[in-house]
Write a protein that binds this ligand. Structure first.
Ligand code: FPP
Length: 253
């Protein structure tokens, strides 16, 4: 499952428990722009390097046996960035899948997307839909890209959807429960994240998975996303393993 180098690295991390790997990890990949600015490079170079980190962390999460990895790649608010940057970000899925597909297939990774992809440029939609289709029979890690994703819009759409069903007489107000609302979200059939990681020192959710993160553990690291290595990821997992998840109840032992 692991190559020797990774095995050694894991052994070096005192107390790491291979049996306590979070099932679902969500990541806000922040700091690409600052990584580039610090090196006097254009912001898009930061996004390019960010894409390399996506490949590394995906492979590592898959090796560790993580079942779901959700990556915040483009928010509904990101459209307000300069046109050149938006256009570069929109071309990234095509760039990424063209070089990454053999590795995704070799690792049995299944690609999924959450967000309003119909608003994306045609080539982006095509790249994403092809990747979803090609990997649809894979049964390993579910790699979920949040693209043109906004949590408030997701919840509003779910509410509208349910209201319509009430209006049509298909359900009553009393039928509305957590399960029903969850079945109307983009993430239906996907368990809630156990862990949220945000890189680059910012400590906010930025309209990401507001409902789904209700009981997740949060880890904020100062490392920018292009500098976030497998070793940093392992450190985040180690911190997660030290947390006591109580879900509003009392400590077990
Ligand atoms: C946040 O950094 C990052 C983004 C808005 C884009 C994330 C995209 C990638 C990591 C590339 C991979 C994506 C795909 C779809 C393959 P920022 O630009 O907000 O950084 P800053 O806060 O330092 O300016």
């Amino acid at each position: 499952m692991f190559n020797i180098f990774k095995k050694k690295e894991i052994k070096k991390e005192q107390g790491f428990n291979l049996k306590k790997i979070p099932k679902h990890i969500a990541i806000i990949m922040d700091g690409n722009g600052r990584w580039a600015q610090k090196r006097n490079l254009p912001r898009i170079k930061g996004h390019y390097e960010g894409m390399q980190t996506v490949k590394k962390i995906t492979k590592y999460a898959s090796d560790l046996g993580v079942k779901y990895l959700t990556l915040y790649a483009f928010s509904t608010e990101n459209w307000s960035r300069p046109k050149r940057e938006v256009s570069y970000l929109m071309d990234l899925p095509e760039k990424m899948f063209s070089s990454f597909m053999p590795e995704l297939m070799a690792n049995n990774v299944k690609v999924l997307v959450i967000g309003d992809i119909e608003e994306l440029p045609q080539n982006t939609q095509q790249a994403v839909n092809n990747a979803i289709k090609k990997t649809s029979d894979n049964t390993g890690l579910n790699l979920i890209f949040a693209l043109n994703y906004g949590s408030k819009k997701e919840i509003l759409d779910a509410i509208k959807n349910i209201s319509y069903d009430v209006k049509q007489g298909n359900i009553t107000v009393e039928n509305i429960d957590e399960q029903l609302l969850e079945s109307k979200l983009y993430t239906k059939n996907i368990p809630a994240p156990d862990l949220l990681i945000r890189t680059s020192g910012e400590q906010r959710l930025s309209n990401f998975l507001l409902w789904q993160l209700a009981y997740s553990e949060f880890i904020f690291t100062n490392v920018t996303w292009p500098d976030y290595t497998e070793k940093e990821f392992l450190k985040s997992l180690l911190e997660y393993q030290s947390r006591d998840r109580r879900y509003g109840g009392l400590h077990e032992g």
